[in-house]
Design a binder for this molecule. Structure first.
Ligand code: IVH
Length: 664
């Protein structure tokens, strides 16, 4: 037999055995047989290196450690899910779907795995890239680490090209073994399997990830409506290709059936070999999904039911007060450490003075705490009956804990604020926000380094970041040549960010990421934003008066304008680079905002949208007073009603086709 043929045969057999062992959990041969074949393959590949390929089962570990992860942009954003927390909320969600579609669709109910969302790209059946979700738009290339996960096939059973989305997680048993081992060698323990999985996938050396026994479940395929017509078909299809899919999903026709499924897993959950934090419900049909569409953050066709937070009792040992970016002073309770819903809790915010009064909290009180949405710890109530009389009143400070200036509490506001613009705590928080992932995304500038830079007097405001040189950084504790080089290059790279990141990074009160994007897209340059009036800002759909006033107020301050000038002088890009919709001047639909709804027969709504955009239209998802035209296909529902009530022009499919033909 030709050596190449033997290699191919060994790979196929090993892939099959690996699939049975790691995906199906049903090994068909003893481990020794697997090892024997693997050793043969390793030997051949050593003797004939030209036969080694990246998708060979020998290639799961072994690459050299990386210097840094490369950022990747997701072609299709990785969204998150809206949540429901009760049967009532679930029923409401189902009713909304029924109302939007005009009938009840089939739903798929499946487990919500508690790990990390990842994207796997396959080309001609071969795994070519694995990436983290990141902020949903930009993630990191962690292919080397994902290749170490045995339930992720390096090669599929068919030579297809597509992107799979799923969850990388750490099984409960791997987690216990890992923490036992860490305890033995005196390493800090991981709080829960999700943190442990995240920590493992963040390692630059894939040998570490390989030693952590991670696993993977696929939960979706990115836009493959030519291959399959529904979500459940996509799961079956993935299974056929050799991808790990949990067998626990089911289809349901009613809210009651969905609720039954949820209740089953509230009990079954503790018997599963991995953690789940809820149930995900998806409208099955792809056409229906398309019709329902998306909000800014999540699909309307899916929702997560989150399991109720576990509640436990602990003691408030002390309360400290910190100063945020906007000068807001926040009290935080420190507890005797306690485990809630799988992780250890030591702190929780007490929000403000009113919250403390309303819950009648004292230092020394026994309190009930829970994890809100299973993530953020929150104080539910104090157990007044357990008081000994030793408890102390929580005194709210009258002066800033960071700079000592007097705090103010405005009429009608719950918060105490420090209004000293030079307050070091505010400057520090502002810096931390500026470099954060959602803002300028400067890797390697975490809270610790920023604090060091700030304390060393090297960075006073955000413009100073761009004046740092090698010697400044080498002088810091625990900063070697390589970290300094990486950091300087990350700072340099951040100068190329598009305007919306800079605008968000400035930390203007009330201006979130979404608003920053809308404003940047409309005004295109920072100078234009600085010159904008409240009226101009509020003319953007999604920008309210309060936010507009806050922006105008911010840029009225000479310090703010000076800061922007300094950033520009350092070479920071202050113009919008994002996707501009083609609004070619003079095009027939230039300046027109169009919404598509209902079912079209001659083409999909996506195709129609693209053609309309080519003719200058900007196509959006929801009808508002800014909509100029609604194209309504069959079974158009609430959008049509709304457009009619607003007196917006409505076209049917025939009119659309005529128009497209005329302007082809
Ligand atoms: S679907 C566009 N299905 O939950 C919808 N997500 O907030 C994308 N997750 O970070 C998500 N199990 O990683 C989906 N069966 C499942 C899931 C699941 C866990 C995670 C996902 C994401 C988060 C959604």
């Amino acid at each position: 037999m030709e050596m190449a043929e033997r290699v191919e045969e060994l790979r196929q057999t090993l892939n099959q055995y690996g699939y049975e062992y790691y995906v199906l959990d049903r090994p068909s041969v003893p481990d020794s047989e697997y090892d024997r074949l693997m050793n043969e393959l390793i030997q051949i590949e050593t003797d004939y290196p030209e036969l080694r390929t990246p998708d060979s089962p020998t290639q799961r570990v072994g690459g050299a450690p990386l210097d840094a992860f490369v950022k990747v942009t997701h072609d299709t954003p990785m969204l998150s899910l809206g949540n429901v927390f009760s049967k009532e909320e679930l029923v409401e969600w189902v009713e909304r779907i029924e109302k939007d579609l005009g009938y009840t669709p089939t739903f798929v109910a499946e487990l919500k795995f508690d790990g990390l969302a990842v994207s796997l790209k396959y080309e001609n059946g071969r795994l070519v890239r694995g990436a983290t979700r990141g902020d949903g738009t930009t993630g990191e290339d962690i292919t080397q680490n994902l290749k170490t996960i045995r339930s992720i096939p390096l090669r599929l059973n068919e030579d297809v090209t597509f992107e799979v989305r799923g969850e990388a997680y750490m099984p409960k048993r791997s987690f216990e073994q890992l923490n036992d081992e860490r305890e033995r060698i005196g390493e800090p323990l991981f709080a829960n399997p999700r943190n442990a999985a995240a920590g493992s996938l963040r390692q630059l050396d894939s040998k570490i990830a390989a030693s952590r026994n991670l696993a993977f479940f696929a939960y979706g395929l990115v836009s493959q409506d030519d291959l399959v017509a529904s979500h459940d078909e996509s799961l079956d299809y993935l299974k056929r290709l050799g991808v790990a899919v949990s067998g626990d999903y089911t289809t349901c026709q009613t809210a009651d059936e969905l609720w039954d499924y949820i209740e089953t897993y509230v009990t079954k959950r503790s018997d599963l070999p991995y953690e789940i934090d809820g149930i995900v419900i998806k409208v099955a049909g792809y056409e229906e999904q398309e019709q329902l569409g998306f909000t800014a953050k999540s699909p309307r066709w899916a929702v997560a039911y989150k399991f109720p937070a576990e509640e436990v009792v602990t003691t408030i040992e002390d309360v400290d007060f910190s100063v945020g970016r906007t000068g807001k002073v926040t009290p935080r309770a420190r507890f005797a450490p306690v485990s809630v819903a799988g992780s250890t809790v030591t702190y929780a915010t007490l929000h403000n003075e009113d919250f403390i009064k309303e819950k009648d909290l004292h230092i020394g009180d026994r309190v009930v705490i829970k994890k809100a949405g299973d993530v953020i710890p929150a104080v539910v109530s104090a157990l007044a009956s357990e008081r000994s009389g030793e408890e102390r009143v929580i005194e709210f400070p009258t002066h800033c804990p960071a700079c000592g200036s007097e705090l103010i509490r405005l009429e009608g506001e719950a918060d105490h604020r420090c209004v000293n613009p030079e307050c070091p705590a505010q400057l520090l928080e502002g810096l931390i926000h500026f470099v954060s992932r959602q803002a300028m995304n400067i890797d390697g500038l975490g809270e610790k380094v920023i604090t060091q830079l700030h304390e060393a007097g090297l960075v006073h405001n955000v413009a100073d970041l761009y004046r740092l040189d090698r010697d400044d950084l080498l002088g810091l504790e625990r900063m070697g040549e390589t970290s300094v080089t990486n950091l300087l290059s990350a700072i340099e790279q951040s100068k190329q960010n598009s305007l919306e990141r800079v605008l968000f990074a400035l930390g203007i009160r009330l201006v979130g990421q979404k608003a920053a994007s809308l404003i940047a897209e409309r005004f295109e340059t920072m100078d234009a934003i600085i010159a904008a009036t409240v009226e101009e800002l509020t003319s953007i759909d999604g920008i309210g008066t309060k936010m507009a006033e806050s922006i105008v107020l911010y840029f009225e301050k000479p310090e703010a304008r000076e800061l922007v000038k300094e950033l520009a002088e350092s070479g920071v890009n202050l113009s919008f680079k994002g996707m501009k919709r083609p609004t070619t001047e003079g095009a027939p639909l230039s300046g027109k905002t169009v919404v598509l709804t209902g079912k079209l027969h001659e083409m999909t709504r996506g195709e129609a949208g693209k053609q309309l955009e080519l003719l200058g239209a900007s196509v959006t998802g929801s009808v508002s007073k800014n909509t100029d035209l609604l194209v309504a296909g069959e079974k158009a529902g609430s959008k049509l009603a709304k457009a009619e009530s607003l007196g917006i022009e409505v076209w049917d499919e025939a009119k659309l086709l005529d128009f497209l033909k005329e302007h082809a």
